[in-house]
Design a protein around this ligand. Structure first.
Ligand code: IMP
Ligand code: MG
Length: 170
């Protein structure tokens, strides 16, 4: 498979993103990261290791309904968060924003829980595929419309364990 982003490129960019996030929140304020399973697990693991001890984390798991209803943006909750978000600075940590439907759903349901602030960090973004205009505050890499795997991203549950990101052959 063609390597799109090497391990080194990913790690360097995550260090920059972590530094940016740390600068954007006042010292002494906690930052609560919400990792989106399963795709976001590796990004979450590396991002939090590049951040200061003020970070806390939780995980949520969602799945899109079948392709036919995907355009409706309906998403099924598989695992909810363990704790509430009220009054906390929250950042959603996602692997990739494609059509934007999953992220829009997540932002809507988490915003309803009254966090002090809500932002989103995505390692990858495919802007050419967007169906809804969704705000992403931190983007690792903007990529073309190609199906990618690795670094948490799967094809039929495989390749999540790659430490780099590759383009899946047809
Ligand atoms: P969206 O709702 O279309 O933005 O879909 C986002 C979700 O689709 C991501 O969280 C991924 O799970 C999946 N996805 C989108 N593009 C890719 C890709 O290129 N490789 C693997 N998964 C992808
Ligand atoms: Mg995902």
């Amino acid at each position: 498979m063609e390597i799109l982003l090497t391990t080194e490129q990913i790690q360097a960019r995550i260090a920059e993103m972590a530094a940016q996030i740390e600068r954007d929140y006042a010292a002494g304020e906690g930052i609560h990261l919400v990792g989106v399973l399963k795709g976001g697990f590796m990004f979450m693991a590396d991002l939090v290791r590049a951040m200061s001890p003020r970070v806390t984390m939780d995980f949520i798991a969602v799945a899109s309904y079948g392709k036919s209803t995907k355009s409706s943006g309906e998403v099924r909750m598989l695992k909810d968060l363990d704790s509430g978000l009220e009054g906390r600075h929250v950042i959603i940590v996602e692997d990739i924003v494609d059509t934007g439907l999953t992220l829009t759903y997540l932002q809507d349901i988490l915003r309803a829980r009254a966090p002090k602030s809500l932002k989103t960090a995505c390692l990858l973004s495919k802007p050419s595929r967007r169906k809804v205009d969704v705000a992403v505050d931190y983007v690792g890499f903007t990529i073309e419309d190609r199906f990618v795997v690795g670094y948490g991203l799967d094809y039929a549950e495989k390749y999540r364990n790659l430490s780099h990101i590759a383009v899946l052959d047809d």
